[in-house]
Ligand binder design. Structure first.
Ligand code: ME8
Length: 519
């Protein structure tokens, strides 16, 4: 039976519509999920929304609706975004679902049974925007002298009766974990930050609130709702059926990868393992914190008026172009920037000119000049060199890079292979061979045909719709659409079949920059 692979994104706050950061994370997770499916893994992919907490309650109050109304309305946009961007999730987990409440309450009971929870009074700083507690020593000062969190968000002094979790007991085991499993937190820079923080010592964590009630009730303590991060993190096991530990939970837990943004690393790499240990549950294998996406180098915000709806970009430039751009432009793990010009530039040069035209030229030439699929008739060093280069990229470099989440490097290897095919077609000039050496022309076309099919497979996780359309056009059977399933060995049966190539239609129509962005 195929080996399981459980991947999750963060669950988003549905206090507004999805922004580009949400799209970026969902797409990256989808690329990894599709890649792992192609490797034969039994992938389970979860995303969702984080519906409780003060941030949601406050926004709803501002809008004059209930938190549930706000959340229902906005969650639909997140579902639509995932569907629209072709994100192949298996479960969309909402934290207002009754089964999630049961799951969190069971986690709580287990932490309590372990002796890790006690009632006390909380007095300290809280940021509603981050839904996070901060130490005085972590705060900075704003322009007007007001206190700000390390993320630059406002904090308020909070005094409440609260349940506490004995996080201080877990500093040692956490440091041991980071040392013994250096790839538990990636990239390395984030691991170092977390280690430094934990080395400074951990205080017990306030895990319930009494000043509002939009959350999961604390068992046996009805006037308390759980701190939203206890609730939110638990979504990862709720979606597998927890507290039922058979079935999906037995199969897919521990998660192979929690994919999150850098701002929430602390919650996933300090709190979450501690909660799970306390409750006697295995911890996830890996947490990867990606960077932030900026709009022309600037953080998007309502006051700057530069908030972009990712679905507008998808509509204007195409879903696959947007997916490709985001994965290609930014070294995964680092911050990056996007702009309509940059999307159009990469879309046109790399997908359109380099790859799209290669496929278009080759397939239309075959359709026009041959009644059958071209056969390999003899060998040439140039052919073997191209097979070697493309085969290496698609069967080794790309999957190895995607395995370790070096998505940009994988795509770069793909692009180098595309360039090599373009150089080959120009050197071999099949249009000249048509008159001088039709047999050689056929070998050149067959070589290109095989290489293009491999390239389509190599980029399939990133641009699934376009790659599938191309593979359909080429008659490549479903079962050959994997890194290892494609190559010279499957070609003969196809070439000997009566498959007839139709005149192809262009995959990536040229993109124009709309006038409002050209300035
Ligand atoms: O943090 N670029 O929700 P969220 C890239 N509910 N990624 C970004 C980004 C940007 N500009 N802005 C945000 C939450 N993100 C919690 C998570 S998980 C148990 C609970 C990322 O809606 C962010 O880092 O604020 C996070 O991974 C995800 O988008 C959702 O952010």
């Amino acid at each position: 039976m195929a080996e399981p692979f459980y991947i999750t994104t963060a669950i988003s706050y549905p206090n507004g519509r999805p922004h580009i950061g949400h799209a970026y994370e969902a797409i990256a997770a989808d690329v990894i999920a599709r890649h792992q499916r192609m490797q034969g893994r039994d992938v389970r992919f979860q995303t969702g929304t984080d519906e409780h907490g003060l941030k949601m309650a406050q926004k709803a109050r501002e809008l004059g609706v209930t938190p549930k109304q706000l959340s229902d309305e906005m969650t639909q946009y997140f579902i639509d975004m995932c569907d629209g961007l072709n994100v192949s999730y298996d479960n969309f987990q909402r934290t207002t679902e009754p089964r999630h409440h049961l799951s969190v309450q069971e986690l709580w009971r287990r932490m309590e049974a372990k002796g890790d929870l006690y009632l006390d009074r909380y007095e300290g700083w809280y940021s509603i925007r981050d839904e996070a507690y901060y130490d005085e020593s972590e705060l900075t000062e704003g322009e007007g002298g007001e206190k700000l969190s390390p993320q630059g968000t406002p904090v308020e002094w909070t005094v409440e009766e609260s349940w506490f979790f004995r996080l201080s007991n877990y500093a040692e085991p956490l440091l041991k974990l980071y040392n013994e499993q250096p790839d538990f937190i990636r990239p390395e820079s984030r691991r170092n930050e977390v280690m430094r923080f934990v080395e400074g010592g951990l205080r017990d964590l306030s895990v319930s609130r009494t000043s509002f009630d939009w959350g999961v009730k604390v068992p046996g303590s009805d006037d308390h709702v759980m701190y939203v991060w206890v609730d939110a993190l638990t979504n990862y096991i709720t979606g597998l059926g927890f507290p039922d530990e058979s079935g999906d939970f037995a199969r897919y837990w521990p998660a192979d990868l929690h994919l999150i943004g850098k701002d929430i690393t602390r919650f996933h790499t300090i709190y979450w393992p501690a909660f799970l240990w306390s409750a006697g549950i295995e911890i996830p294998r890996h947490v990867f914190s990606h960077g932030f996406l900026l709009n022309r180098g600037q953080k998007e915000s309502k006051s700057l008026g530069n908030v972009t709806d990712p679905m507008d970009l998808a509509e204007r430039f195409g879903v696959d172009v947007l997916r490709y751009f985001l994965m290609r432009e930014v070294a995964f793990g680092q911050d990056g920037s996007y702009s309509p010009e940059a999307i159009v530039m990469r879309g046109n040069t790399e997908l359109g000119n380099a790859f799209g035209n290669l496929a278009q030229r080759t397939l239309s030439f075959i359709a026009k000049n041959l009644e059958w699929l071209p056969q390999i008739r003899g060998h040439d060093e140039a052919d073997s060199a191209l097979f070697e280069l493309v085969g290496n990229a698609v069967q080794k470099t790309i999957p190895a890079a995607f395995d370790v989440l070096a998505l940009q490097q994988g795509i770069d290897a793909w692009l180098q292979a595309v360039f090599a095919c373009n150089a080959y077609i120009d050197e071999q000039a099949p249009w000249t061979l048509r008159k001088t050496d039709p047999e050689r022309m056929e070998t050149v076309l067959a070589t290109l045909f095989i290489c293009i099919a491999q390239l389509a497979v190599g980029i399939r996780a990133v641009v699934p719709t376009k790659a599938e359309a191309l593979l359909d056009m080429m008659g490549i059977p479903e079962e050959n659409r994997t890194y290892q399933g494609i190559g010279a060995h499957w070609y003969s049966p196809l070439a000997e079949s009566d498959f007839k190539l139709a005149a192809p239609s262009p995959l990536f129509p040229r993109l124009e920059l709309p006038a409002e962005d050209a300035a």
